[in-house]
Design a protein around this ligand. Structure first.
Ligand SMILES: NC(=O)c1ccc[n+]([C@@H]2O[C@H](COP(=O)([O-])OP(=O)(O)OC[C@H]3O[C@@H](n4cnc5c(N)ncnc54)[C@H](OP(=O)(O)O)[C@@H]3O)[C@@H](O)[C@H]2O)c1
Length: 281
């Protein structure tokens, strides 16, 4: 397949380029293609008429969005809207990526694709607006919600918390937020399968199971042989600008044949990648 990929330098953008080697991928980073510019988006898409467009670009500053919601809406709503407009005109499928944060966390079981979103923050509202635009404007859409992404490359919680262990005598981590930590290469593999199905719709792709940030930290430290003590704290003890859902674990009922490994297997794969020098902390 001919694939146009946006957000090439992000965590997912990089993993997709490593995964989609059987396809002809043209990858654009932010400087090469700003998805908030409709003319540029149209020019890039119509220059190659790809078989599918994958949008891995996003504004991901969850706390920053509270003070700068317009930047969040530009990256997460206007950008996907532009991609949906340009792809729909040419009948090209669009795969867009959204977030577990579109849910409010009131659930006591993992969220599936037919649960109703209710965003709590400006970032989450902008991601939901992006979903709505894609659904409304291009019927040939794959909308993939994922969660708590980390990989050996890029900026993410797993790398930050491993680096902190070298700088602090003790690390404090929130225990009352539960989600689905997801190792990005596992997500990239699932996306590679999905794009050839032509089964358009919304999908929840995350590593299986649920964990708190505290659980994830303990598992990362165990795998990496880090002995720095980890202290569990509550959300009010660790105030942030943006409200996060207390519970946002994801599950899929849409396509149970495309299941990601468990979150613990994600941690093992991450530690292996770091020890093999495929990234640094
Ligand atoms: N990270 C998570 O924990 C998480 C959780 C749930 C869902 N998601 C979603 O998963 C997807 C992939 O996330 P990720 O972690 O791979 O993100 P990432 O590492 O932050 O990468 C996003 C990329 O998008 C680029 N970008 C930002 N604005 C752009 C624009 N207007 N035009 C073109 N490129 C732009 C960024 O470039 P610059 O850095 O140069 O701006 C960056 O390279 C996103 O849709 C994200 O919302 C992420």
């Amino acid at each position: 397949m001919k694939i146009l990929l946006t957000g090439a330098k992000g965590q997912l953008g990089q993993a997709l380029q490593r995964t989609l080697t059987a396809h002809a991928v043209t990858a654009y980073d932010h400087a090469q293609l700003d998805i908030t510019k409709l003319t540029n988006v149209r020019d890039a898409i119509y220059a190659m008429y790809p078989d599918v467009v994958i949008n891995a670009a996003a504004y991901n500053n969850v706390d920053g969005a509270e003070s700068d919601p317009l930047s969040s809406y530009r990256g997460n709503a206007l950008g996907p809207r532009n991609l949906a407009v340009a792809t729909a005109t040419a009948g090209i499928p669009l795969l867009h990526v959204s977030s577990d944060y579109v849910f409010d966390g009131a659930s006591t079981r993992p969220y599936h694709e037919f649960d109703r979103p209710h965003p709590l923050s400006a970032y989450a509202a902008s991601k939901l607006a992006g979903e709505d635009a894609v659904r409304e404007l291009n019927p040939k859409h794959y909308l993939v919600r994922t969660a708590w992404l980390y990989s050996a490359v890029g900026k993410n919680f797993a790398k930050t918390i491993c680096a902190l262990a070298q700088q602090q005598s003790e690390v404090r981590v929130v225990k009352d937020q539960i989600g689905s930590p997801t190792y990005v290469p596992h997500l990239a593999t699932a996306i590679a399968t999905l794009i050839s199905t032509q089964a358009f719709g919304t999908y929840h792709f995350a590593n299986q199971g649920a964990a708190s940030w505290y659980d994830l930290t303990c598992a990362l430290y165990r795998q990496r042989g880090i002995t720095t003590p980890v202290q569990a704290v509550t959300t009010p003890e660790f105030p942030r600008s943006a409200k996060r859902p207390a519970y946002s674990a994801l599950m899929t009922i849409q396509d149970p044949t495309i299941l990601l490994p468990t979150w613990e297997e994600g941690v093992v794969a991450f530690a292996k990648a770091i020890s093999e020098g495929k990234g640094t902390v």
